[in-house]
Design a protein around this ligand. Structure first.
Ligand code: ADP
Ligand code: MG
Length: 494
């Protein structure tokens, strides 16, 4: 029998993690237990291995099965890929056997082009809807260019900053439909300028290139560093998940969030997370605006919140462990986009393991096996002397994203952190926010301080995983990255 390279979410389950990757296996498992998951499919990790064997190409058989997956998805969702009447937009997401947050690539809003955009707007003349369509379009061009064609995202970020400055607005949500339309045009022009060809408008071509890019991202430098640090074999490969978009950026009845069923810093049994209205994907973790604490969702999105609480319970009872979840609300309706056993500090790991025994989720032997011996070490990490801490005058306040204490000279780039650490200096890496490219610098630093981002920001998640002290979201810092200095409490630090 020919190889089966593609599994719909209805064909998989959590025991198929090696073949479908963690994300794909859990999307299938959530589907099986009746949770609201947009229905798509997974291209297997074996297809990734095959891609490398074929000289970094997707062979026709894999692509043909992916297109069968698209046809299934179209039927399941009542929309058509590339259609002008009722277009289906998809995300193309990486997902290896072991969780590697932010290390590989994801593309959102795929399937858009000028014609689809025009048709969508014609079908719904509401100006807010037009804004949403262009917001999605400019995001897609930006992500596709960055991830698939490796045009650096800085070019697009510069264009956004310029647009915000010209319009005198602070946040992306303040840009109008016309601004975003103009941005999409500028992005396409930048693409052509950088690559010499037009932005690909054929959705099937977009999809093929995106799948290849995800396979390729398995071999990118930051993924390789992460794998080395976490003992993940190169031979595993990543799966690719293709699924219908749900739109947290549709309007103010929509948004996107991340949450943990227990506090990943202390282990306390209480829902912890963040939600950002009128936002998509990485907006929450990238710190483009400051998200609301998950509890506040209860007032603003009561139906979705109530459903989410139920989902959390279902997931914990099913997986018998603390869950880390990504979700989106589109027009008040909740959709689950990811779940996994959450990363946690050593302190939290101990508390959660004990609590899970008390709650009847785990036997004592199972609980002991949950503790990674390497992490116990972090329980012994530096702490402030309690009396000294009490006597000190703080110069600023942020979120205790990852516990511990650290001191050192401040540096402003990941490269400086690496360079100074190699010279034997202790350094604290200070950033507006961190991104996956900063990972080597974060490792070299004693501690991390960020201006933006919350408890689920990239810096927070990665620092907790490393057992490194991190304070995030210290919003009072007035940052001057260019001159490598910041001002806080009336003092300038260089
Ligand atoms: P990572 O592995 O880095 O977390 P993901 O594949 O989970 O990357 O994608 C990042 C984010 O993009 C998700 O947390 C989610 O917010 C958003 N996203 C992915 N797929 C979809 C989708 N189909 N609809 C809406 N948002 C999506
Ligand atoms: Mg994710």
């Amino acid at each position: 029998m020919a190889n089966k390279w593609v599994y719909t979410f209805k064909e998989g389950n959590m025991s198929m993690r090696n073949l479908l990757g963690g994300k794909g296996a859990n999307l299938a498992e959530m589907t099986e237990i009746g949770l609201p998951v947009p229905q798509g499919f997974t291209i297997t990790t074996e297809a990734c291995t095959q891609y490398y064997e074929d000289g970094r190409k997707i062979n026709d058989e894999i692509m043909a099965q992916a297109m069968e997956g698209v046809a299934w998805m179209e039927k399941e969702n009542g929309k058509k890929f590339g259609d002008l009447e009722n277009p289906l937009l998809v995300s193309v997401r990486s997902g290896a056997r072991a969780s590697m947050p932010g290390m590989m690539d994801t593309i959102l809003n795929l399937g858009l082009n000028d014609d689809v955009v025009a048709a969508m707007i014609k079908g719904n003349p509401d100006p807010a809807f037009e804004r949403f369509v262009y917001d999605s379009y400019r995001r897609f061009i930006q992500m596709f260019s960055d991830v698939v064609m490796e045009v650096g995202k800085k070019y697009f970020e510069q264009l956004i900053d310029k647009m915000k400055e010209e319009k005198g607005v602070q946040y992306d949500v303040d840009l109008t439909a016309a601004d975003l339309k103009e941005l999409a045009e500028q992005f396409k022009a930048e693409y052509k300028n950088q690559l010499g060809t037009d932005f690909p408008s054929d959705p099937v071509e977009q999809l093929k290139l995106a799948i290849e890019a995800v396979f390729r991202s398995w071999d990118n430098p930051r993924a390789n560093v992460y794998r080395r640090d976490n003992d993940i074999p190169y031979s595993w490969g990543t799966a690719v998940n293709v699924m219908p978009m749900v739109f947290g950026n549709l309007n103010n009845e929509s948004g996107t969030g991340v949450a943990f069923t227990r506090d990943p810093a202390t282990g306390e049994k209480k829902l912890m997370g963040e939600f950002l209205k009128n936002a998509q994907g990485e907006d929450v973790v990238a710190g483009v605006r400051t998200p609301m604490p998950i509890a506040q969702m209860e007032q603003e999105f009561p139906e979705a919140y109530a459903e989410f609480i139920k989902v959390c319970e279902t997931l914990e009872n099913h997986y018998h462990d603390m869950q880390d979840m990504e979700f989106t609300v589109e027009n008040k309706k909740l959709y689950m986009l990811q779940c996994r056993n959450g990363k946690r500090t050593a302190q939290a790991a101990l508390k959660i393991a004990c609590d899970l025994v008390d709650e009847g989720h785990k036997t004592e032997a199972e609980a002991v096996a949950m503790i990674d011996p390497r992490n116990l070490d972090t329980l012994l990490h530096p702490q402030f002397d309690a009396a000294a801490l009490k006597a000190a005058t703080p110069i600023g306040k942020g979120l205790g994203a990852s516990p511990g204490a650290a001191c050192g000279k401040i540096v402003f780039t990941a490269d400086d952190a690496v360079e100074w650490a190699e010279k034997g200096e202790k350094v604290i890496l200070v950033r507006l926010e961190t991104s996956p490219e900063d990972i080597t610098g974060m490792k070299s630093a004693e501690g991390i301080l960020t201006v933006r981002g919350g408890m689920t920001s990239h810096a927070a998640v990665v620092a907790r995983g490393m057992g490194e002290c991190c304070v995030s979201g210290c919003g009072d810092i007035d940052m001057d990255e260019e001159n490598k200095q910041f001002t806080l409490a009336g003092k300038t630090f260089k």
